[in-house]
Design a protein around this ligand. Structure first.
Ligand code: HPA
Length: 271
């Protein structure tokens, strides 16, 4: 990645009308319906954006949107890129760099994850308080990284304390259960073995998923305050493990969606 590539994508999007966004949002499984609350002003398929990877997973529709939400100008990634689709860590985080270059001053992320902490139930939401990167690489491991920020990026507070404090208060006011915990990111796309779930619990993970951590690392590199919420779609009990049921995971994410939408909308309103 070079500054020229980043500039050319940013300028292309500005010419298409992606001007002055305040907040960036990454919609993962479990937050897709938020787009129906957005007054969309500009919309473009990822495939039409120069230097963007193209989303291949059929249930992610792959569009960048600009619009108003709760009185704020937001830029929304409808569908994200995953390492398991064959992209590099740099490719999947390129859109985060573009959103920052377009002007966002905070980033809100959603994802679906499996519950490792068995006190957390499927359908519950979990605010990321910290993470463990088990993806075997870093989106910052490239020669010219210091052209874009500090190479040895500090990760002592990966998730913004003020955003996290606000969303916990909003959850409380709205009677929404919002756990706090540690998210472990794996490559996927295979699910974990029983031994891997045991290991994840031992090393301190509360949830496991296949996304988010690269985006958060890059947000920290850019000094972009970031918040992320997981919808817990399944309970990963190594002593009672059933075969994975993807339609059920998607259904659980869908049922939890109204709670996630309330949290995100109220947070944006309060900013
Ligand atoms: N692992 C296990 N269960 C899950 C995951 C995962 O990565 N994502 C959603 N449920």
């Amino acid at each position: 990645m070079t500054q020229e590539i980043l500039n050319s994508t940013t300028q292309f999007l500005q010419q298409k009308g992606f001007l002055n966004p305040e907040i960036g949002i990454v919609l993962g499984t479990g937050l897709g319906q938020l787009v129906h609350h957005l007054q969309v002003e500009v919309s473009i398929n990822y495939s039409e954006i120069p230097n963007f990877p193209v989303s291949t997973v059929e249930f992610h529709s792959g569009k960048l949107l600009l619009g108003m939400l709760e009185g704020k100008k937001v830029i929304v990634m409808q569908g994200r890129f995953h390492l398991y689709e064959g992209y590099s860590l740099q490719e999947i985080t390129f859109p985060i760099r573009v959103m920052k270059a377009l002007g966002v001053s905070s980033l809100l992320i959603s994802n679906a994850a499996g519950a490792i902490n068995l006190n957390y139930k499927k359908g519950d939401l979990m605010l990321l308080d910290d993470h463990i990167n088990l993806q075997g690489g870093s989106p910052l491991a490239f020669a010219t990284v210091s052209d874009f920020g500090e190479r040895f990026t500090d990760m002592c507070t990966p998730y913004d304390i003020s955003l996290n404090t606000k969303i916990l208060a909003i959850a409380n006011e709205n009677n929404i259960v919002l756990h706090k915990g540690v998210y472990a990111a794996v490559v996927g796309p295979q699910l974990e073995t029983r031994a891997e779930y045991r290991y994840l619990k031992i090393i301190g993970a509360d949830a496991v998923g296949m996304s988010t951590v690269p985006e958060v690392i890059v947000a920290n590199h850019l000094q972009l305050p970031v918040m992320a919420v997981s919808v817990l779609t399944d309970e990963c009990n190594p002593d009672d493990l059933k075969p994975v049921n993807i339609p059920e995971i998607i259904a659980v994410a869908g049922e939890a969606e109204p709670k996630m939408i309330t949290l995100f909308k109220e947070l944006i309103k309060s900013k």
